[in-house]
Write a protein that binds this ligand. Structure first.
Ligand SMILES: [Zn+2]
Ligand SMILES: [Zn+2]
Length: 223
C-alpha cells in the first residue's frame, strides 16, 4: 500500500518514478515513437475492436499525450494464435516481439489480442484479463472465444490497461492519499468497474509524464 499525507507528496513521487523506465532502451524508443498498434488475433470483430481502440485513446486523452493508435495485422506473433487451445507463454511472446522490432527497426507499443489463455510468471490469464509490460510497451489481452463481451466492458478494460502502459504502476485500491476521495469507483480499481478515472489516479499519471518531459527535455503532452 502506498500512503501519502498530501496531494503534493503523491505528485512528487509520480514526477520522480521515470528514472528506472528511462534507463530502458525499449521504453525510450516506444515513447518517442508515440504509436500504439493493435493486433487482433482473436475472433473479436472489427466493431468490437473499435471499442478497445477507443478505450486506449481515452487513456491517451486523459494525459493529452501526442500518441496515436493504429490497427495492424502484420506480425509474426500471429503464429501463436494458431494454437487455439494452447496457453501463450507471455515471456516467449515478449522475446519474439523484441526480435521482430529489431528486424524491422520499428519500436512502437503493441496491444495483442488473443483467445488463448496467457501464461505469465505466476498466473494464467483468461476471459477478459490482460497484462502489460511497461518497459517493452506491450499489452496482452485475452478474451473467451465463446463469450459476447459488452462494448462498454471492452473499452473499460482497454482504458485500464493502457493507463498501466502509460506509466500508472499502481491500482486505485493500492494507494491512500490524504486530500483525495479514495472511496469512489475508479477505472483503476482492479476490475475496472467504470470508465471514470478519479482525480488521484489522473494526477498520478499526469505527473508521471511531467517528470518524463522534465527528464528528457522533450514534449509529450499537447499544449
Ligand atoms: Zn490493473
Ligand atoms: Zn483512482
Amino acid at each position: 500500500m502506498i500512503r501519502f499525507n498530501s496531494i503534493n507528496e503523491l505528485k512528487k513521487y509520480c514526477f520522480n518514478t521515470h528514472s528506472s523506465y528511462l534507463k530502458n532502451n525499449h521504453f525510450r524508443k516506444w515513447i518517442n515513437n508515440k504509436e500504439i498498434h493493435i493486433f487482433n488475433f482473436s475472433n473479436l470483430r472489427k466493431e468490437d475492436i473499435k471499442h478497445i481502440k477507443s478505450g486506449i485513446e481515452d487513456a491517451i486523452a486523459i494525459v493529452r499525450l501526442h500518441f496515436k493508435v493504429y490497427f495492424n495485422n502484420e506480425s509474426s506473433i500471429k503464429k501463436f494464435s494458431n494454437l487455439t487451445d494452447e496457453k501463450i507463454d507471455s515471456r516467449k511472446l515478449l522475446k519474439m516481439v523484441i526480435e521482430e522490432r529489431k528486424k524491422s527497426h520499428k519500436e512502437h507499443a503493441d496491444a495483442f489480442i488473443f483467445n488463448n489463455p496467457i501464461k505469465s510468471t505466476n498466473a494464467v490469464l483468461r476471459d477478459g484479463e490482460s497484462l502489460t509490460y511497461v518497459p517493452q510497451g506491450v499489452m496482452i489481452f485475452t478474451f473467451d472465444a465463446f463469450k459476447k463481451y459488452p462494448h462498454d466492458f471492452l473499452s473499460r478494460r482497454a482504458k485500464h490497461e493502457a493507463l498501466h502502459l502509460l506509466g500508472l504502476n499502481f491500482h486505485h485500491e493500492g494507494t491512500k492519499i490524504e486530500g483525495y476521495d479514495n472511496n469512489i469507483l475508479c477505472n483503476m480499481n482492479y476490475n475496472a468497474p467504470t470508465q471514470h478515472l478519479c482525480r488521484k489516479c489522473k494526477d498520478a499519471i499526469v505527473y508521471f509524464w511531467k517528470g518524463i518531459e522534465y527528464a528528457t527535455k522533450k514534449q509529450f503532452i499537447k499544449n
